[in-house]
Design a protein around this ligand. Structure first.
Ligand SMILES: C[S@@+](CC[C@H](N)C(=O)[O-])C[C@H]1O[C@@H](n2cnc3c(N)ncnc32)[C@H](O)[C@@H]1O
Length: 297
């Protein structure tokens, strides 16, 4: 089976309504991208919790609707335009050939070497070096496959500072990748927390699959525990807000490692933690940094 993509350019103000109308009228899926992508007029949109981008679309937005082949494509565009009370925009059609989507997706995830000797290996591959530290992890609904520089920075910090027999808290655990690597590097008790229930489920699944005993939970579990190592790869805004709480989770003499912070945000995050723990940049990668510091003994 194959499909047809309808491609339409609309102004920013119409992108969301037009996309919704296409979906209501029978499109199988709709995506919106910057029509100026790859040119000098390209407009990156960045957001993070509490700082969502003001504009949810681009000055010139390209709306792409996936439809069956036996569909009246011109009529769909006309009806969607009428629904949005806008002139009928020009459209073009692109044929999408059927593919082995599972194989195609899997081919994009190869085993990854992180740091000096940590392999992240999808289940459909065997580990290139079974004697190394191997995490079996498939891309899923939670963030944390090891491909993002912030995850890699935290994993590399843990590899360089092995938490042997130490207690570790992974705050914002996503897939659980950092908690699992900590456990595989010899940590004692390891816990993970995430605000997203789906992440907790994924992390629990991944821990079992990697034969690691780790306790994952939502943030509402109230404890006064402190940990020898606290690692949090979230984003600068929530990290700043959580500075008193996260710092209090670090045991005397323990280490705090933060990532999800852009290099240009390092000073403001360091300032938020200064009353509790002196942080400094450990390493920078692709514009992201990992910050670290120790609570005085
Ligand atoms: C960038 S992902 C990091 C995932 C994984 N630890 C890694 O390093 O790849 C950030 C995670 O933090 C979680 N998160 C965001 N805000 C949070 C909060 N206030 N409390 C706990 N978790 C939070 C998100 O749900 C997400 O799973």
């Amino acid at each position: 089976m194959s499909w047809i993509e309808i491609v339409v350019e609309v102004a920013r103000a119409q992108a969301e309504n037009f996309s919704d109308a296409l979906m209501e009228l029978g499109a199988l899926s709709v995506s919106v991208e910057d029509a100026d992508e790859g040119t000098d007029a390209e407009q990156p949109l960045f957001g993070e919790p509490g700082m969502e981008p003001k504009e949810a679309a681009w000055e010139r937005s390209r709306v792409i609707a996936l439809t069956p082949t036996d569909f009246n494509h011109a009529e769909l565009v006309e009806l969607a335009a009428a629904h949005c009370k806008m002139p009928v925009p020009e459209h073009s059609l692109r044929s999408v050939a059927d593919q082995d989507w599972v194989r195609l997706t899997q081919s994009q995830f190869e085993p990854m070497l992180i740091g000096k000797g940590i392999w992240v290996v999808p289940s459909w591959h065997s580990a290139p070096d079974p004697t190394a530290i191997v995490l079996e992890l498939d891309p899923g609904l939670a963030f944390g496959t090891g491909s993002h520089p912030t995850t890699r920075l935290c994993m590399e910090w843990l590899e360089e500072n092995p938490p042997l027999d130490k207690t570790v808290l992974d705050y914002g655990c996503g897939s659980g990748i950092l908690a699992i690597v900590a456990k595989k590097l010899g940590a004692g008790q390891v816990e993970g927390i995430d605000i997203d229930p789906q992440a907790v489920v994924s992390a629990e699944f991944n821990a079992v699959r990697n034969h690691c005993e780790i306790d994952f939970s939502l943030p509402n579990k109230v404890t006064t525990s402190t940990y020898d190592v606290v690692v949090a790869n979230i984003l600068s805004n929530p990290l700043k807000l959580m500075a008193p709480m996260l710092s209090a989770k670090v045991a005397a003499g323990g280490a705090l490692v933060l990532s999800g912070v852009l290099a240009r945000q390092a000073d403001e995050v360091t300032a938020a933690y200064a009353p509790f723990i002196a942080l400094s940049v450990w390493q920078e990668r692709d514009g992201w940094v990992a910050l670290h510091g120790r609570r005085p003994s």
